[in-house]
Write a protein that binds this ligand. Structure first.
Ligand code: SF4
Length: 456
């Protein structure tokens, strides 16, 4: 029993977090930056922070993740990191020649109060930023929020910096996909293509963190949103901000700067959230939903109907990022399952509001004390049939002998998330396949010989 010290008795905690259900802001900022083509993320802090952020992403994607660091020493920790950052900007452009450097701060540089926008301006004034190149920055102190907050802050910086203000409107929409996998971004683009809707999607990590093995190294893979596309998103007729926690801030920036109206929708996980996305796309652009997507929806509904006996009434514990958990809870309820314990390390009142609507009666909590320890305690008090969440749930799953579906960030011990989506109707099918497989594997494993069936 790896988690044998988890106490069944739940006590209120105000200061202590045990096994957090989140990671730190810069990880999210780094992930968002990688969704710009030719971008080098830069961590303004110590080498240790940058090594952790890179390794978290590398282990999840099994891809090399490159990033610079200001390499703070004792001196910079006391006197500030301006000279390190100026030197770093100079070195990065000279050695690696990216189109963009996306700087995020760390706990240390935030605590000492480095003014990164002033330092960036100084780099420009000193001629360290070559013509046609860009430096953007986001403030990402990790003692507040989570990796989701860092992702949202970097997306907001992208939206603030690149789009050009123009009276001219183009027949296109912006899609902010939120923190989803490269596979999900590909799937959203496939749906937009099927509906023949011109779009700008950012950030876009497809083609960056799911890049093919070609036998030759490309420092900046071919994927990612291109700068000219980011510039023209100020001319779009509408912005779809998928996931309130990840995308609303960027949509607001776009509206403030370029007057592009927007609506926040859930990430299209499950039938209803995908329906809402499709219907809104259709309404805004006047495009009809093609038969191909309607057929995919029908297939998803068919699987739910065929396999209802394995899903109905099953209790689920889930944890992770709020933008994923909200539509996932809705989907689980739609397919007859019963989410009973839900935690998210990311703070925000909106989560509570949606949970009350979607799963009244469930145990749910978010913020710093909504951790994996609490989740385990809840499970000990009310056992479940399924756990859904990132890699860290494997300890609870093993100790309590509960089927486990890996979903979210990070997933260090399985592959597939980069290549197979969970958004859209197709993604819903994959999610169902994963859920059904682990539930039915357990039924097979537990079945006495006389009840062990070939056909289930
Ligand atoms: S010190 Fe802060 S920024 Fe650095 S790894 Fe830790 S939580 Fe993240």
């Amino acid at each position: 029993m790896l988690l044998r010290h988890t106490d069944k008795k739940v006590k209120e905690r105000n200061a202590l977090t045990i096994n957090p259900a989140k990671t730190c802001q810069p990880v999210g900022a780094m992930y968002a930056s990688l969704g710009i083509h030719g971008c080098m993320p830069h961590s303004h802090g110590s080498q240790g922070c940058c090594a952790y952020h890179r390794s978290a992403l590398t282990r999840h994607y099994k891809e090399p993740v490159m990033a610079g660091t200001s390499s703070f020493t004792e001196g910079s920790s006391v006197f500030g990191g301006q000279s390190n950052l100026l030197q770093a900007i100079d070195n990065i452009f000279n050695v690696y020649d990216p189109d963009v450097i996306a700087i995020h701060t760390t706990c240390l540089s935030e605590t000492i109060g480095d003014d990164v926008s002033q330092i960036t301006q100084k780099a420009i004034d000193d001629g360290k930023v070559p013509a046609g190149k860009h430096v953007i920055q986001a403030s990402t102190p990790s003692y507040v929020g989570s990796h989701v907050t860092g992702f949202a802050n970097m997306c907001a910086s992208i939206a603030k910096y690149f789009p050009e203000v123009s009276e001219l409107k183009l027949d296109q929409v912006n899609v902010l996909p939120g923190w989803v996998e490269p596979s999900d971004m590909r799937e959203i683009k496939r749906m937009l293509l099927a509906m023949q809707i011109p779009y700008v999607l950012f950030p876009d990590t497809s083609g960056v963190l799911d890049a093919p093995q070609t036998g030759s190294h490309m420092f900046f893979p071919k994927g990612g949103t291109k700068i000219p596309d980011l510039k023209r998103c100020g001319k779009s007729i509408f912005t779809f901000a998928l996931g309130k926690f990840c995308s609303e801030l960027a949509a607001l920036e776009l509206m403030k700067k370029c007057s592009v109206p927007f609506e926040v929708l859930d990430i299209p996980i499950g039938i209803k959230a995908t329906d809402r996305f499709m219907m809104k796309l259709s309404e805004v652009t006047g495009t009809s939903i093609p038969q191909m997507l309607e057929d995919e929806r029908g297939q998803l509904v068919d699987i739910v109907t065929d396999m209802q006996q394995y899903l109905y009434g099953k209790k689920v514990a889930l944890y992770g990022d709020p933008d994923t958990i909200i539509p996932l809870c809705e989907f689980l309820v739609d397919i007859g399952m019963k989410p009973v314990h839900i935690v998210s390390g990311t703070p925000g009142k909106y989560f509570e509001q949606r949970m009350k609507e979607l799963v009244p009666g469930a145990n749910f909590r978010n913020g710093p004390q909504a951790d994996m320890y609490l989740m385990h305690q809840w499970i000990k008090n009310e056992p479940v049939d399924l756990i859904i969440g990132n890699t860290y749930g494997k300890y609870i799953s093993r100790d309590e002998n509960i089927p486990f579906v890996r979903l979210g960030f990070p997933i260090y011990d399985r592959i597939g998330h980069s290549y197979f989506p969970v958004v859209g109707y197709k993604g819903g099918m994959r999610l169902l396949e994963k859920i059904l497989s682990v539930i039915m594997d357990k039924m097979d494993a537990d079945a006495p010989e006389e009840k062990f069936e070939l056909v289930m």
